[in-house]
Design a binder for this molecule. Structure first.
Ligand code: ADP
Ligand code: MG
Length: 348
């Protein structure tokens, strides 16, 4: 759980702080008619630094597991404005000309640094590449492909499970390359040209949390052999791990109704994905013996996350909440959601 500080607006308005960390993974919510304590593996309160979250959440271990061939996923969940993007990427409005202070970099950049350090110390034995997708209106789109966004088919195969056909992936060997890739998609409007403009306007929309964004780092490592063992190399297979970062759309939109036209289509698609995700998590949280069929096929999001959620993946969920009294009901929803997610076990 990560509790962000009260924002200036919230403080000025005189919002009460209703969420308190009690230490040892306990978080307490106290307001007029609510008084509840929840337990988690870790709680980071307003004072926690980005580094503390990286080190204390298990993120570093997740990076190491990805290098050892596991499928790892971290997803940020919570209402809009609760700190999901901040936790994953740090404060926005960064540009290449004005990089954010290193202390504020999020889980993503810290993980990239960690991977690249390892890659350097292992020589050429580690190959890193990235793919970046978003799910918008129940369509999977490739954020790395130039030109206007187009939907990619989501397929299933016995060996690969669910996968996206024709997605681009870009190799990277430096922090600059991967970070500028993110920035291109996130914030910098590309040069003039109507097609690129449209892409950029649409990429900027994502800041209003109307889509789910999935960045996947593919980590391929070849086992290292002294020259005399080269002949046996084939007996020692290479490893292929993944590290996937998921920035989910704002959870409050699940209840959003009454908006018209394009917005209502969006709200419905977000509903569908987040409700499906919640439903899968609830079913997965039941003891194995009592489990029924898990409806991953209900949404694109759950199909893409199937392995992370209940299969062979290793998953970290960072639930983000605001401490403000005004966000109380969303905060309680998020805490209940996270408590259910905590009971899910996978078989890595
Ligand atoms: P979300 O992605 O969940 O919609 P953001 O990450 O954009 O929310 O955060 C909303 C605002 O709160 C941003 O201005 C962000 O910089 C600020 N913020 C979020 N978490 C923190 C934090 N831990 N410390 C300082 N500011 C934060
Ligand atoms: Mg966000």
């Amino acid at each position: 759980i990560r509790v962000r500080p009260l924002t200036c607006t919230e403080t000025r308005r005189g919002d009460q702080q209703v969420v308190h960390s009690l230490g040892d993974g306990a978080v307490h919510v106290s307001a007029a008619r609510h008084d509840a304590t929840f337990g988690f593996s870790a709680v980071f309160d307003a004072g926690a630094s980005q580094e503390a979250v990286f080190e204390g959440s298990g993120m570093r271990q997740l990076v190491e597991l990805a290098m050892n061939g596991f499928s790892c996923t971290v997803f940020a969940f919570g209402q809009t404005g609760s700190g999901k993007t901040y936790t994953l990427m740090g404060p926005l409005a960064q540009s290449e000309a004005q990089p954010a202070s290193p202390a504020l970099l999020g889980l993503m950049q810290r993980s990239f640094t960690c991977l690249l350090e390892q890659s350097r110390s292992r020589g050429s034995d580690l190959a890193l590449s990235a793919s970046y997708l978003e799910i918008y209106n129940e369509q999977v789109r490739d954020l790395l492909s130039p030109g206007p966004p187009c939907a990619l088919p989501l397929r299933w195969s016995k060996t690969r499970g669910f996968y996206v056909e024709n997605q681009l992936s870009v190799e990277f060997e430096s922090l600059e390359t991967i970070v500028s890739l993110l920035l291109q998609v996130q914030s910098i409007p590309p040069p003039a040209g109507s097609q690129r403009r449209r892409t950029s306007a649409h990429a900027l929309n994502r800041h209003s949390s109307r889509s789910h964004a999935l960045l996947t780092i593919h980590v391929r490592s070849r086992a290292h052999h002294p020259p005399t063992l080269v002949l046996q190399a084939s007996a020692c297979p290479s490893k292929q791990g993944t590290l996937c970062f998921v920035d989910l759309a704002g959870s409050e939109r699940v209840k959003e109704t009454g908006s018209s036209g394009e917005l209502s289509v969006e709200a419905n698609s977000i509903n569908r994905s987040l409700l499906a995700l919640g439903h899968c998590i609830s079913l997965l949280a039941k003891p194995r013996g009592k489990r029924t069929h898990i409806p991953y096929r209900d949404s694109k999001l759950t199909r893409l996350l199937a392995r992370s959620l209940g299969g062979s993946g290793i998953t970290l969920m960072v639930a983000c909440i605001s401490p403000s009294s005004r966000c109380l009901s969303e905060t309680l929803n998020t805490l209940h959601y996270a408590s259910r997610a905590r009971r899910v076990t996978t078989r890595p």
